[in-house]
Design a protein around this ligand. Structure first.
Ligand code: G6P
Ligand code: MG
Length: 223
């Protein structure tokens, strides 16, 4: 057993396990274009981690005219069709570099593994990557009502694997996801840039060339 009382690792999916965030954003860009407006590139970071409808609302803020609420569902559905077309190439072996090795090593060290993702596509993507069986529990956008930064998805993952939040490390690439993890009470490792993921306890550029033992050693000692 590794130190610091850590028993479980909870992984966000998009941007941590698989390189899908750019396809989410590209689909929002296309949806906006189809509706006759543009969204700024800077919105990409802000949308990461947010649920489909929450993201749509942020996108629609850039539309000059007001969009009636009865149109939201059809627009969200159109974005999802665009997204599914954009990721149609995803298949076995398309996890981000180092991810499989990291997961295998963590399992060999006795860690419980879970997914905590806001995506309703999470299960089908994991299945296409061929890595569903590596996780003890999966909690995604079909299991939860509230989008990150609400902690619901991580609370769901912790109870699903039977650990208390303080025994888990969340791996997140989104500011909203780091916030959700902190509100849940887990430890949190950011995957991305330290100047963006400022609230994470430790930030790594990826899961490549590291392992859970090294990460636990680098995490500040818990209070
Ligand atoms: C993740 C992604 C978001 C996405 C959300 C919902 O949190 O980071 O960009 O909007 O999942 O994804 P879905 O596949 O259900 O539209
Ligand atoms: Mg993410």
């Amino acid at each position: 057993m590794l130190g610091n009382h850590i028993r479980a690792l909870i992984f966000d999916l998009d941007g941590v396990i698989v390189d899908t965030t750019r396809f989410h954003f590209a689909s929002w860009v296309t949806l906006a274009q189809e509706l006759g407006f543009e969204i700024p590139a800077s919105l990409d970071e802000e949308l990461k981690g947010l649920g489909r409808l929450e993201s749509l609302q942020k996108v629609l803020n850039y539309r000059a005219e007001i969009t009636p609420q009865e149109d939201w569902q059809a627009m969200a559905s159109r974005k999802n069709d665009l997204y599914l077309a954009n990721i149609s190439h995803l298949s076995y072996g398309d996890a981000l570099p180092g991810v499989i090795e990291f997961l295998e090593d963590a399992r060999a060290n006795g860690m419980l593994l879970a997914i905590g993702s806001g995506s309703k596509n999470a299960r089908s993507i994991l299945s296409r990557l061929g890595i569903t069986g590596m996780f003890n529990y999966i909690c995604d956008g079909t299991d939860t009502k509230r989008s990150k930064p609400d902690p619901e998805v991580f609370q769901c993952a912790c109870s699903g694997i039977g650990v208390s939040p303080g025994e888990a490390i969340v791996f997140e690439d989104a500011v909203s996801g780091v916030e959700a993890a902190l509100r849940c009470g887990t430890r949190v490792v950011g995957i991305g840039k330290a100047d963006i993921l400022t609230k994470a306890e430790l930030v790594l550029t990826s899961l490549e060339h590291t392992n859970i033992k090294e990460i636990i050693q680098k995490l500040p000692k818990s209070a």
